[in-house]
Unconditional design. Structure first.
Length: 113
């Protein structure tokens, strides 16, 4: 089970930190990541991180978003800075465990102008 948290309402230029914890798995958590979804638009990849902390962030978010993880806690984080209204979306976390991808329920991020 993946449990995401940390979303909310923030003003333009503000910051939020999302968390996503994996629970109930007896296997190691491999790659983890975030995507975001705006109604009526295609789901967008945000960032991903491997178990040994190799990261990739989408070009449009590079320099503003940082992904990290704590393997001891089976938790990943998405630090989002300099937020703009265009970042408003439901953010969904995912994790690859034993060759399968699992998804969290999503957390809403709303950025007001």
């Amino acid at each position: 089970q993946l449990q995401a948290s940390g979303g909310g309402l923030v003003r333009e230029g503000g910051s939020l930190r999302l968390s996503c914890r994996v629970s109930g798995s007896s296997f190691p958590v491999n790659a983890m990541g975030w995507t975001r979804q705006v109604p009526g638009k295609q789901r967008e990849q945000v960032a991903a991180i491997t178990r040994n902390n190799r990261t990739i962030v989408a070009d449009s978010m590079e320099g503003r978003f940082t992904i990290s993880r704590d393997n001891a806690k089976n938790t990943q984080y998405l630090q989002m800075n300099s937020l703009s209204p265009e970042d408003t979306a439901v953010y969904l976390c995912n994790a690859i465990i034993a060759g399968k991808i699992y998804w969290g329920q999503g957390t809403q991020v709303t950025v007001s102008s």
